[in-house]
Ligand binder design. Structure first.
Ligand code: SAH
Length: 396
């Protein structure tokens, strides 16, 4: 039971009226510019957040270094953080048991969206990949508790840590190497929707596969027929889901290492896919000019708008890609178009597509408006947790 006496042991962080309003509106972050005083809170401390008059607003994880100084973990008083972490890990696992189907790879813990700010855990069959993004989750005993709880509940062969050196620097955390924390198996295969993939914990551009697209792969496969083009294909996620339904599949990416894995993935599934190493913008321009045609095109570029300032050029980039793809689709064909830029909201993305359709003189029928797979839940009042958009439309 939380007790008022114990609560007073926690350092207090006083926040401005603007910060308090943000929390009252359901967000969980308070920026450093809204911190009035931090009571000498140590890095990564569990703190009581108060308004300017000293009224408690909840319990939070404090970062001494990040621009996001406060991440609220409860509106109540929390004194036993380790027990809360254990409970939330159990809840996150139970939620996945309810909503995740047809895969042995999924996100097990999604940071704020699982009320465990700064912690991301992905499962690839028998390997768990863990990322720690904030001071409080990096500190013991929490780190040890996370690892032991995951090991106990999921019995993985290995738990590996993926380190983003830039994140540790921003959080003023000492450098660490990526690598196994427990067990030594670092490569495996996993299955999504009946399609198999290789996973190597020590390689890949992020935590491995783009698990957030898992349900969109299955959705795209429903409309697949004839000739398919998967642009920004990475290790072949969409291409390999389309392949069983198509006469010909081409995947395009600028990363040779990604395409090498894509090719091994194709072999694993006994599929014949053409992989092309190219800049997608150049390739689409050439292919559109030479009047190539497809029955389904997938566009899944990297986040063009990393910050709000990139928004205009990002929208131009999305429009160019979509315009060219629309020109190459046969009548009755399908466009699957994605954006993983948080700064591009769904309505701007839809407006961009409508605009591209007008310029391409094509009529688009929107069939599905999709987002992240259910193992990447979004908090309605924390818009940053919703970033992926995936639109499926047919063209006439
Ligand atoms: N569709 C993939 C994920 C794509 S991630 C999946 O479902 O797994 C974005 C990909 O775009 C990365 O693989 C990256 O190598 C590639 N990329 C980035 N810029 C590119 C460019 N200009 N041309 C082609 N590929 C590019």
């Amino acid at each position: 039971m939380p007790s008022a006496a114990k609560q007073s042991d926690l350092p207090k962080v006083k926040i401005s009226p603007r910060g308090a309003t943000r929390l009252k509106e359901g967000h969980v972050w308070v920026y450093r510019s809204d911190i009035v005083s931090a009571d000498n809170s140590p890095p990564g401390a569990l703190v009581t957040v108060t308004d300017q008059r000293g009224k408690p607003l909840g319990t939070a994880l404090y970062s001494s270094s990040s621009q996001i100084a406060i991440r609220l973990i409860s509106h109540d008083l929390v004194t036993d953080f380790p027990t809360l972490v254990r409970q939330r890990i159990a809840d996150a696992i139970a939620y996945r048991e309810q909503v995740v189907r047809d895969t042995n790879a999924h996100r097990v813990i999604f940071s704020e969206a699982d009320f465990l700010p700064g912690l991301i855990v992905d499962r690839y069959n028998d390997i768990l990949s863990l990322q720690v993004l904030v001071q409080a989750m990096d500190a013991n005993p929490v780190r040890e508790i996370v690892i032991s709880e995951l090991a106990q509940r999921l019995s993985p062969a290995t738990i590996v840590e993926r380190v983003d050196p830039r994140v540790r620097e921003l959080e003023s955390l000492p450098p660490r190497m990526s690598g196994p924390l427990q067990g030594d198996k670092t490569a495996t295969t996993f299955t999504m929707n009946g399609v198999q993939f290789h996973y190597d914990a020590l390689e890949g551009q992020k935590t491995g596969a783009f698990l957030d697209q898992r349900e969109n792969y299955a959705a795209a496969a429903q409309y697949a027929h004839g000739e398919a083009l998967d642009v920004f294909c990475y290790q072949g996620g969409f291409a390999l889901h389309l392949a069983p339904h198509c006469s010909q599949v081409t995947g395009v990416d600028s990363s040779r290492p990604a395409l090498e894995v894509a090719d091994r993935n194709a072999a694993l599934n006994g599929r014949d896919v053409e992989w092309i190493e190219a800049n997608a913008f150049d390739l689409l321009k050439d292919y559109a000019a030479s009047k190539r045609e497809y029955d389904i095109i997938v566009l899944d570029p990297p986040a063009f708008a990393k910050t709000r300032r990139d928004l205009d050029s990002a929208m131009r980039g999305y429009k160019e890609l979509n315009l060219r793809a629309l020109k190459m689709l046969r009548s009755g064909g399908t466009l699957v178009t994605c954006s993983c830029s948080y700064h591009v909201d769904q309505s701007s993305f839809l407006a961009m597509l409508a605009d591209a359709a007008l310029d391409a003189r094509r009529t688009l029928r929107l069939i599905e408006v999709r987002g992240q797979a259910k193992d990447h839940p979004t908090l309605l009042n924390v818009p940053e947790t919703a970033y992926l958009k995936c639109l499926i439309a047919t063209v006439t």
